[in-house]
Design a protein around this ligand. Structure first.
Ligand code: DSN
Length: 448
């Protein structure tokens, strides 16, 4: 037995139980999701796609019906059914014609869409990383930025919203092959309808892609609009953020689904099959079937009525936390939140940089992350902001009253940092108070 790793896993379990997770892209999965991930499915290779013969009940996949076998290995009786369940549930939840549940991550999902639709040198219009976008939306250090030509839009400094005029101007000027709406540090609800109009009017051949990794669970829970309902062609997501599944990615799309062994014509209508071919064999090998199974379980959970309540509570808690922070002098980018995420300009609020504050909060068991704010002038590793959110603490059952308590602890810690008495943060009192609240709300996977 490898005691070293096992002890570290136990220690991580203790850290998670005794602290409160405020990183907006993290969550706590159920015991059932965890069980699927730690199952014997990890032993199985399933390169290719399931055949869709003999559909019944849950997997109503008439669109995909075929008896052809697309797997490259034998022994797929169970894996085929598992993947079909995941696909059926994802299609239903996100109103998609097709779902590819094999991407290993959100970055893999995005790269697979680029590879499906673009030629090297083609232009993509995406949100600037420095304004709240994601690395895979064109940051120079990524492989996709070496292959494709990314042009970025930003946010409106007054409202914190997407700068739709900038988007329109750049669509006209650059005629991108993909218009991408997506982000990892953004607290507003995008105007999908407006983006569709911009595409239709000025660049009708562009593929409309939404990277909804952060808010997929809010979409599933009915508290955030779904870009696919407005005319977007493709939506990518991770499965572990608000959606509360295993770490992984997924691609939802609208269009015609055909045999992935035959290359279809390069049209927007054929994007589902172009994506299937791009995920495998285009950019990945064997899917992680234990993770696909855990995705299926998480999607089952997302279809239960309790998940709607959960999604509603994420947003309610985020608003309560944002209000309580504002009352205590914290300046928030966008002056609040419409989703699960809050971006605090901690430097202009209290003269403390994001990294110092992140480390100080770690000491009392509150975990969040230092993050650049739009137009940040501070160095990348000590930015002006911190990013936090409520998906994980809502999974533990915390409510609006608890948000006020968290804001209170955050204010006490920033006061200590402001006075340059960082060491005082180790004073056990605050750590004990956080631990007490955390232990009163066990991890969902410990509740069985
Ligand atoms: N790393 C994720 C986040 O924290 O938002 C994005 O991929």
């Amino acid at each position: 037995m490898d005691e070293k790793v096992l002890n570290l896993i136990k220690s991580e379990q203790k850290r998670q139980s005794e602290g409160l997770e405020l990183i907006p892209s993290e969550n706590y999965v159920s015991a059932e999701v965890l069980e699927a991930m730690g199952s014997v499915l990890t032993n199985k290779y399933s390169e290719g796609y399931p055949n869709f013969a003999g559909l019944d009940g849950d997997d109503d996949l008439a669109l995909l019906a075929t008896t052809e076998d697309y797997r490259y290995y034998g022994g797929q009786d169970n894996t085929d059914k598992i993947e079909r369940l995941a696909i059926a549930r994802a299609r239903r939840i996100f109103h998609a014609d097709h779902a590819n549940v094999q991407p290993h991550s959100g970055a893999q999902a995005n790269n697979a869409v680029y590879n499906a639709w673009l030629q090297p040198g083609d232009t993509v219009l995406g949100m600037d990383l420095a304004q709240g976008g994601h690395l895979t939306h064109g940051a120079k250090v990524t492989q996709s930025a070496q292959i494709y030509n990314f042009v970025n839009y930003g946010t409106n400094p007054e409202t914190g919203d997407l700068d739709y005029d900038d988007i329109e101007a750049k669509v006209k000027e650059y005629q991108p092959k993909i218009i991408l709406i997506g982000y990892s540090a953004f607290m507003k609800i995008p105007d999908f309808e407006r983006v569709v109009k911009i595409r239709d009017e000025f660049c009708p051949d562009a593929l409309l892609m939404a990277d909804m990794a952060h808010v997929a669970g809010l979409i599933a829970g009915g508290v955030h609009p779904n870009p696919l309902d407005f005319g977007f062609n493709v939506m990518t997501t991770t499965t572990h953020k608000t959606l509360r599944g295993p770490r992984g990615g997924m691609i939802l799309s609208k269009g015609k689904v055909t045999n992935p062994l035959k290359k279809p014509e390069h049209t927007i209508e054929n994007i589902p099959t172009l994506i299937d071919r791009s995920v495998f064999p285009g950019t990945q090998g064997g899917p992680l079937m234990h993770v696909v199974a855990a995705k299926a379980v998480a999607l089952y959970e997302a279809e239960q009525p309790e998940f709607k309540e959960y999604a509603k509570n994420i947003v309610k808690n985020a608003k309560a936390l944002a209000d309580a922070l504002k009352e205590r002098g914290f300046k928030l980018v966008g002056d609040g939140t419409e989703n699960h995420l809050i971006l605090v300009d901690i430097m202009s609020s209290f003269g403390v940089d994001g990294k110092t504050y992140e480390r100080a909060l770690d000491r009392i068991g509150l975990t969040l992350n230092a993050n650049a704010i739009p137009n940040d002038t501070m160095p990348r590793f000590t930015p002006s902001g911190v990013r936090l959110g409520t998906p994980a603490i809502t999974s533990r059952g915390l409510n609006e009253k608890d948000m006020v308590q968290i804001a209170d602890w955050m204010k006490q810690v920033v006061d200590i940092c402001k006075d340059k008495r960082q060491d005082a943060v180790t004073d056990g009192r605050l750590r004990e108070e956080v631990r007490k609240m955390a232990l009163a709300h066990p991890l969902p996977s410990d509740k069985k």
